[in-house]
Design a protein around this ligand. Structure first.
Ligand SMILES: C[S@@+](CC[C@H](N)C(=O)[O-])C[C@H]1O[C@@H](n2cnc3c(N)ncnc32)[C@H](O)[C@@H]1O
Length: 291
């Protein structure tokens, strides 16, 4: 039997499956970092992931200019949206009649982008009631609430019917869960021939063990970064066959180097930059076919 707690008079949310999930729900319920909110304010797409691509120095202009900080925020946001576009590029053919799942959907920026691109339904799950409310409010403001919906739900135990989903993804949310459990659930609700995509940081088995920088990132975000090897093994064990593996590390470094110069630094920038440079940590995209 599922225990339920009531947050408001009308919304019932499931109790966390574990004490750890309770911690993660609290973390994201309380999260209001300017680096996320001010970037989202640029165009109303709110992301909780990092950026990729070359920095447009011409768009940034002179650092001494009074408008520079505003331009820097717009540029970081452009790179974060570019990251989500690359994820969507790997979902394969999606039609307006399809349903997609965003597992660990945050405030829902990627879901809005997916709906705009494919015209399809997008179902998001997050542990955070604050994030789900935020995403649903944005969907109402954009008048797409009949297509884009967020709910508080454990991505390891979703209500989606077996074989009902055309494609699904984790955008920087797979480091909060056991990968076998995660891929078993995606494999269950994806239709055969469907596509799964993740963009994630992972530690590099070639380095040996998680570096001190990776341990810092884990402590900062209360997560558990997996190795590249664990991803591939857990996918293979759950009928997810990699179709593309893209090392995005060189593409994300310019984002971090730019972010480190901004007033919005959170203190974790050095760990990302140093671990990407010393090869202990990688930013990868894996797209897999559900077979
Ligand atoms: C770094 S944020 C990424 C958000 C979003 N994917 C994006 O790109 O903006 C991590 C997200 O994973 C979610 N998450 C972590 N563990 C989860 C779980 N077991 N079930 C559902 N969501 C989970 C958190 O609630 C949060 O929304």
């Amino acid at each position: 039997m599922t225990t339920e707690t009531t947050t408001t008079a009308s919304v019932k949310i499931p109790a966390p499956a574990t004490p750890y999930q309770g911690d993660i729900a609290r973390y994201w319920n309380n999260e209001a970092r300017p680096v996320n909110l001010r970037l989202g304010d640029v165009d109303g797409l709110y992301h909780h992931h990092y950026g990729i691509g070359e920095v447009d120095q011409a768009a940034l202009g002179d650092p001494a200019h009074s408008e520079y900080e505003k331009k820097l925020i717009a540029e970081l946001h452009r790179l974060e949206s570019a990251q989500a576009e690359v994820l969507l590029d790997h979902l394969g053919p999606v039609g307006p009649g399809d349903t997609l799942v965003d597992a660990g959907c945050g405030r829902g920026g990627s879901m809005v982008m997916a709906h705009r691109r494919f015209g399809c339904k997008v179902e998001g799950v997050t542990l955070s009631a604050t994030q789900a409310d935020f995403g649903n409010r944005r969907a109402r403001e954009l008048r797409i609430e009949d297509h884009v919906r967020s709910r508080v739900c454990n991505m390891l135990d979703t209500p989606f019917e077996k074989g009902s989903i055309a494609a699904s993804w984790n955008n920087e949310s797979s480091m909060y869960v056991d990968l076998d459990d995660l891929f078993a659930e995606h494999s269950r609700f994806l239709r055969v021939g469907g596509r799964y995509v993740t963009i994630t940081g992972c530690w590099n088995p070639r380095y040996g063990q998680p570096s001190k920088w990776v341990s810092q990132i884990n402590a900062h975000f209360e997560c558990n970064i997996h190795s590249r090897r664990e991803y591939l093994r857990a996918m293979a064990d759950n009928r997810l066959v990699p179709q593309a593996i893209v090392d995005l590390t060189p593409d994300t470094l310019p984002y971090w180097e730019l972010r480190a110069t901004s007033s919005l630094v959170t203190g974790i920038e050095e760990a990302f930059i140093e671990s990407y440079r010393d090869g202990s940590f990688q930013y990868v995209l894996i797209a897999a076919d559900r077979v």
